[in-house]
Write a protein that binds this ligand. Structure first.
Ligand code: UTP
Length: 470
């Protein structure tokens, strides 16, 4: 039986034979493209997920058991707690120096809300120099490499859509000073979109399926399938510091966090923040049925999201900011068991209709399937959750305007650097809300943190205008 006939038979078994409707119109290359896309589908899985989506079984399981606040290690307030953090930092630093830590950056998303042409990491975000997100992240890794005298691997997950552009961007910028052998790109998998009413797979062109990246949770499978997980293991890496491309404030490979993870013998660790309010779009970490898990904001019933403790604070307050440490052995186990579930989301997807016309709907018409990396949490034998400070670590670039937009992210960067300068004894003019009057930018290569900065700004008394330290 030819490839074509074989696939046609499989498609009709799953009610998806319409994908070959335009076959007579296609040229050789288009036919080859379509066949290879169809061959790489797991039709049984799509069918199963569609059945789940219609029966609503995913949402029901979220609602069934009571959720309580997760145990969180709160921020250090006493001198003893601060001292303990210094000891933990030493443990993290030993691991960094020994080459046991790799940095894992997920950058495969489509960035639809931001609407920037090209990978989100290429967005110019530096408050003055317009440093891109990728440059900021890469310079942090370079600064850490110099500080700990170990070539910390920077592993970047891309998608089929943005892989070439991402690699070219790094090449054009000479890997931002990193050793090219230190930077590893790997491509995440895709999932097809289906018609939200019928479950039929959608074509974006007559010869091409509507495919999209399979979520940041696709990182587990993609790392393993690319062979990178094994290579890192052979290199002696034991812990992976995970973060997302859109947050330039992240303390990459934070030694305190690494030390806490290592000392606790955790398989996975998370940083959390008190949510700003019930409506903030952060997943919350909860304990449910004796297990820790992150509940996506869209899955958290509003009565629970709004519930307050007697002191007025949110009861389920701990918002996950997508900063994790994973043990490599844990990721290997997850990859072997293909354990992360898929979530369904209704989205707008352009498609070819029955008459061959391209339709661009205004309302969600399709269902997409995505894996979320935080679903690893209940599968970890041991996990720790640590509170951090929003001003020091979190302002993601999500939207073109309004909250989490270039304006708020640039301001958050200037404010963070202003705090570092103030702690070094420099006078920095601030507005009544505490934010910096002037844009300020400090290259990670000049100083990675407030402590490093202190030693370098002896001659600076006051900030009297926009300031770049590079
Ligand atoms: P978001 O959930 O914010 O999605 O991703 P996004 O694609 O960047 O933006 P929108 O929703 O289309 O506007 C959070 C992080 O997870 C990565 C993103 O690159 C970002 O770093 N991600 C997301 C992936 O790597 N792969 C995916 O399939 C989805």
């Amino acid at each position: 039986m030819s490839d074509y006939e074989n696939l046609r038979r499989q498609l009709s078994e799953h009610g998806q034979e319409h994908l070959l409707r335009w076959w007579p119109d296609l040229d050789e290359n288009q036919r080859a493209n379509l066949l290879s896309q169809i061959a790489s589908l797991d039709l049984g899985l799509v069918q199963h997920l569609w059945n789940q989506a219609v029966s609503g079984s995913v949402r029901k399981s979220v609602k069934q058991e009571a959720m309580e606040p997760a145990p969180v290690r709160r921020r250090a307030e006493s001198f003893e707690e601060w001292e303990r953090e210094q000891q933990e930092a030493e443990v993290g630093e030993v691991a960094l120096r020994a080459g046991q830590v790799a940095v894992l950056l997920v950058a495969g998303g489509q960035g639809t809300r931001l609407g920037h042409p090209g990978p989100k990491g290429t967005y110019p975000i530096g408050p003055i120099t317009q440093r891109t997100l990728f440059q900021i992240h890469a310079e942090k890794v370079l600064a850490l490499t110099r500080r700990y005298e170990a070539p910390i691997p920077l592993c970047i997950m891309t998608s089929p859509e943005n892989d070439t552009a991402t690699r070219q961007f790094f090449q054009t910028h000479a890997w931002f000073g990193l050793d090219p052998g230190q930077v590893h790109f790997f491509v995440q998998g895709t999932m097809p979109a289906v018609n939200a009413t019928t479950g039929k797979l959608l074509l974006v062109e007559k010869h091409s399926l509507a495919l999209s990246p399979n979520g940041h949770g696709g990182v587990v499978e993609a790392l393993a399938r690319s062979g990178l997980l094994t290579r890192l293991e052979q290199q002696g890496v034991r812990h992976l510091f995970y973060f997302q491309v859109d947050n330039p404030l992240v303390k990459v490979a934070d030694p305190v966090f690494l030390g806490q993870h290592i000392e606790a013998r955790a398989e996975m660790s998370l940083k959390v923040l008190p949510k700003l309010g019930p409506e903030e779009r952060l997943g919350v970490v909860v304990r449910q049925g004796g297990q820790l898990r992150v509940i996506e904001y869209s899955d958290l019933p509003s009565e629970l999201a709004c519930k307050r403790s007697p002191d007025g604070s949110l009861e389920l307050w701990a918002g996950s900011i997508a900063i994790h440490v994973f043990d490599l052995a844990f990721l290997k186990r997850l990859a072997e068991t293909s354990a992360l579930p898929y979530h369904v989301a209704r989205k707008v997807v352009t498609y070819v209709d029955d008459s061959g016309l391209i339709v661009r709907p205004e309302q969600p018409n399709a269902i997409k399937f995505e894996r979320f990396v935080f679903d690893a949490l209940p599968l970890a034998r041991k996990a720790i959750i640590v509170e951090t400070d929003r001003r020091q670590e979190f302002e993601p670039l999500k939207n073109a305007e309004g909250e989490n937009s270039p304006t708020t992210v640039r301001q958050a960067l200037s404010d963070l650097y202003a705090e570092w300068l103030i702690s070094a004894g420099v006078q920095v003019p601030r507005k009544s809300n505490g934010s910096s009057v002037y844009p300020i930018e400090i290259s990670p290569l000049f100083a990675l943190d407030a402590e490093e900065l202190r030693a370098k700004v002896d001659n600076l008394e006051e900030v009297a205008g926009p300031l770049v330290l590079a």
